[in-house]
Design a protein around this ligand. Sequence first.
Ligand code: ATP
Length: 362
Amino acid sequence: MTQDFTIAVFPGDGIGPEIMAPTLKVLEKLQSGTTDYSLTFREAHAGAAHYQKTGESLPEESMEIAKTSDAILLSAMGLPEVRYPDGTEIAPQIELRMAFDLYAGVRPVTVRDSKYCPIIRPNGETIDFVLIRESTEGLFHSMGSGEVTCNEARETLQITRKTSEKLFDFSFKLAAQRKKAGQSTGTVTCVDKANVFRAFAFFRSIFDETSEKFPDIDTNYAYVDAMALWMVQRPWAFDVLVTENMFGDILSDLGAGLMGGLGLAPSADIGDTHAVFQPCHGSAPDIAGQGIANPFAMILSAGMMLEWLGHLNGIQQMIDDAGALKDAVNSVLAEGSIVTRDLGGTANTDEAAAAVLKLLEK
Ligand code: ATP
């Protein structure tokens, strides 16, 4: 029996629509080869350009599409020159995280091809870890409501027991899944600043409490500043890292740098009932409209969506298709004749996506 899934599609701003279009083609290609599942795409408008046109950045009907879909595929949103009256940028992707309580920001850091990794690996070590960024509170808690006077500005960090327990539970389960798959040793590292802030000592104590439920998974701790150093010096030493929202925001770009750049960095924001899949990068207005953006981060994010839906609904074909998608991207990168500009080549968006599609046809 074919299981149908509705996917809310937010093409967004800047390079967003340019990388979303080939990604949908790739998904269509995959679903055309199976009767186990089918995908129905529902386009939803949101973002800076939409705000400019209508005065609304995330209209109610788009929220409704997102709410009633099985998964949300989102490209990139926001444009630096389009801002709310308070000076902040339009960021419906952050509003979606808050609205659907998408507490687990999953940022896999996988070096797909060593020629794009700026780190020297003395013994050819594998870099394959996952950064889990809490995505609904932390320093983003007061987003849009920080207090500013002419002499002082104040933003508040919030860490709650409820969200932290769910976040750590998710992280330990992911480590167990990776260990079972033979992908890693099964270690979760709590990244914080517990030596300075009471809020992070609280965060760490909940990490410790949760760890007791997972005796087969090892635990570790790192202060965020040390982690930035270690991610450069020995990134192969990590398995699952879990951290606060702002720390995760910064470290995930460092992770993208290890992989070769933002064009190769996918992500997912996962909650108990909804999930958004989007590349780590923004709308890249500096290259928008030229058709030269790297579509791989978006395509790999769509792969994460298939994997998530497959696990959630017990559909092995979706998990296999996600694997095929990752393999196809890895092969294009390894083969090295189709290379986008962000990675030092001359290929455009369509050529890069076509190379992936061609491999999926085989
Ligand atoms: P945001 O704050 O919205 O995350 P940002 O400030 O991190 O955005 P990006 O829009 O991600 O900025 O762009 C950062 C740089 O990376 C830009 O020079 C942009 O051109 C480049 N870049 C981002 N994504 C891609 C991509 N898919 N392909 C090629 N270059 C990209």
